[in-house]
Write a protein that binds this ligand. Structure first.
Ligand code: FMN
Length: 371
């Protein structure tokens, strides 16, 4: 992973790399989310037959080759021109789900055409204009997406200082500074300028304002638990809420009938110093008490992290930055490589824990050190 990140950094203009790696404020939540996994302590069983290891599981009732999914990330064709298509194809090949973002740079329909065998999830931000939300939902339904992931932690745009300093607009526009950057990253710029112009593929075209202005004008901060009723009524498939960190909120969501929730601090990109998802996980799992599937994202960097989260009660983990680094490092082949690394790591960790199937992973073999 660290090597993929280094390659990504070498191959991508700094403003784009910063947008990907960066987080809100002093980036404390982002660092803590990752650091929490260093406190994982494995307590392995020995002398168990682990000659055959099965890393497969089900997520929201559908098969997945690993307890891992690719989470939603906006504007992926900015990171690498192959963008969401490469991520979807690699996920399909690896047999894991992928959530396309509302802010995607490839359309809902295009991903369905490119990866018909993929377990496709669509991530929704609820818009001030509810008709726009309804349109997204019906397009996802008509394109055979299984799962609607409603992200609820963007009540305001996180204070992404790297983007402010870099003057990043989305899509990136040509300014004296970006022109200077061209000389150092000719391949990235060549690909950007010779492929379909970057834009929010599912959204109104021609918007190149700073991201926080787009978000302010479009996203609805008045959304409450009451909105789950109409979302449930509009969406016949699996309904997941992403961005939960408290047991009481989780309990309320279960009462309202969600199928899953994602314990997430948006990769630390929203509320800085938000609790690390791994630390929040055990209490949420206890509160949900099997009433919905609990997933986790934030700071998962390898297969062992995924195994630890599952042992602590997550059904699966989502990853964000890891597949973006892989994409920036090597396009679709890079994401394939990441999938291979994750699969090998999950398998190896299970073998070393003395566990041969995902459903045997339990808190018995993993604990969290206090510091
Ligand atoms: C560049 C980038 C863009 C993101 N865009 C979205 C988005 O459009 N919608 C969303 O729900 N989450 C978005 N996220 C958050 C991810 O879905 C996920 O919560 C986070 O990346 C998990 O942390 P990790 O990057 O440490 O794996 C984004 C994250 C990154 C890094």
């Amino acid at each position: 992973m660290a090597d993929l990140r280094r390659m990504a950094r070498r191959r991508t203009p700094p403003a784009v790399f910063d947008y990907t790696e960066g987080a809100a404020g002093d980036e404390i939540a982002s660092r803590r989310a990752e650091a929490a996994f260093a406190r994982v302590e494995f307590v392995p069983h020995v002398l168990r037959d682990v000659s055959k290891i099965d890393t497969a599981t089900t997520v929201l009732g559908r098969p997945s080759a690993l307890p891992i999914a690719f989470g939603p990330t906006g504007f992926t064709r900015m990171m690498h021109h192959e963008g969401e298509a490469a991520v979807a194809t690699a996920a399909e090949r690896a047999g894991i789900p992928y959530a396309l973002s509302t802010m995607g740079s490839t359309s809902i329909e295009a991903i369905a055409d490119i990866a018909p065998g993929l377990d496709r999830w669509f991530q929704l931000y609820v818009w001030k204009d509810r008709a726009q939300s309804r349109e997204f939902i019906s397009r996802a339904r008509e394109s055979g997406y299984s799962t609607l992931v409603v992200t609820i932690d963007v009540t305001a745009q996180g204070n992404r200082l790297r983007d402010v300093r870099n003057g990043l607009t989305i899509p990136p526009s040509l300014t004296p500074r970006t022109l200077a950057g061209m000389a150092r990253f000719p391949a990235w710029w060549f690909n950007k300028l010779t492929t379909e112009p970057l834009g929010f593929a599912s959204m109104p075209r021609g918007d190149s304002r700073p991201l926080h202005e787009v978000i302010h004008s479009l996203f609805d901060p008045s959304v409450t638990f009451d909105d789950l009723d109409w979302l449930r009524a509009e969406w016949p498939g699996s309904l997941v809420v992403k961005g939960v960190l408290r047991p009481d909120d989780a309990r309320e969501l279960v009462r309202l009938g969600v199928d899953g929730l994602v314990v997430s601090s948006h990769g630390g990109r929203q509320l800085d110093r938000a609790v690390a998802p791994l630390d929040a996980l055990p209490d949420v799992v206890e509160a949900v008490d099997g009433g919905a599937e609990v997933m986790l994202d934030g700071g998962v960097r390898n297969g062992a992290d995924a195994v630890a989260a599952v042992a602590l009660g997550a059904r699966a983990v989502l990853v964000g930055r890891p597949y973006l680094y892989a994409l920036m490092a090597g396009g679709e082949a890079g994401v394939d490589r990441l999938c291979d690394l994750l699969a090998a790591d999950v398998r190896r960790t299970m073998a070393l824990l003395g566990v041969d199937s995902v459903d045997q992973l339990s808190a018995e073999s993993v604990r969290l050190r206090s510091r």
